[in-house]
Design a protein around this ligand. Structure first.
Ligand SMILES: *Cc1c(COP(=O)(O)O)cnc(C)c1O
Length: 223
């Protein structure tokens, strides 16, 4: 199947309220354009330099999502181009994003990344760290960032019960923080979980954003 056929097939599976971010990291602009031509506009990248150079040369109505671990010194490079930063994992990073967003004259949508997986290697805030970041309230004063929700990467396992359990925990935690801090803010509504291997489980557990790469573009070229 071609990229556009795979994309269309996946889109037919997604409920209307689930947004698809096509994860194009490592894939060439020609592949992205194939998806673009059938209407895809949200793309995910996880290397700042790559997002920067693709954004410069590609259509301006593409919404670029930064989806991986973002180093503080790379925020400046992507701030003018990025539409959403998924994977904010510290108050300090949020501060840096705020400063660079203001310099770029914009507000950047951000998701807080939660570490829910079993692997130690994965990034993200624990539930407790996220609770205290939000309770601390400093984020309310950051005019350059808009907190829009939560993202996570589930454990990489064949055990669907475990993955579903993690997604359910995320859903419960989303409801908790929504009620505690964003009850009146409609913009806090994004639940970004689900990748190529587990998006069906993610949808079943009530996510409303999936980040799918391999199932659309094939396996990533090795660098
Ligand atoms: C690479 C990546 C994805 C997409 O993974 P696939 O398995 O190729 O769908 C999703 N989310 C994050 C954070 C990623 O780094």
């Amino acid at each position: 199947m071609s990229i556009s056929e795979k994309l269309e097939t996946i889109k037919r599976e997604l409920p209307a309220d689930v947004e698809l971010v096509a994860v194009s990291k490592f894939h060439p602009e020609s592949d992205i354009m194939e998806a673009y031509r059938v209407g895809q506009r949200a793309f995910g990248e996880n290397i700042a330099q790559e997002l920067h150079s693709k954004a410069l040369s590609m259509p301006k109505d593409i919404r670029w999502h930064f989806i991986g671990h973002l180093q503080r010194n790379k925020v400046k490079m992507i701030a003018p181009f990025v539409s959403m930063i998924q994977g904010v994992d510290s108050a300090f990073l949020l501060d840096v994003i705020n400063k660079e967003a203001l310099k770029a004259g914009k507000k950047i949508d951000c998701l807080l990344q939660i570490h829910v997986a079993k692997e130690e290697s994965k990034f993200g805030l624990s539930f407790e760290e996220c609770r205290s970041l939000l309770a601390d309230g400093k984020w309310r004063g950051l005019a350059g960032v808009r907190l829009c929700g939560l993202m996570c990467i589930a454990t990489n396992t064949q055990d669907e019960g475990e993955v579903s359990r993690e997604f359910r925990l995320m859903g419960d935690f989303f409801n908790e923080v929504k009620q505690a801090h964003f009850a009146d803010e409609e913009s806090f509504n994004v639940r970004s979980w689900g990748m190529s291997g587990d998006y069906r489980l993610a949808i079943a557990s009530g996510c409303n954003m999936v980040r799918i790469g391999t199932a659309i573009f094939g396996s990533r070229p090795v660098r």
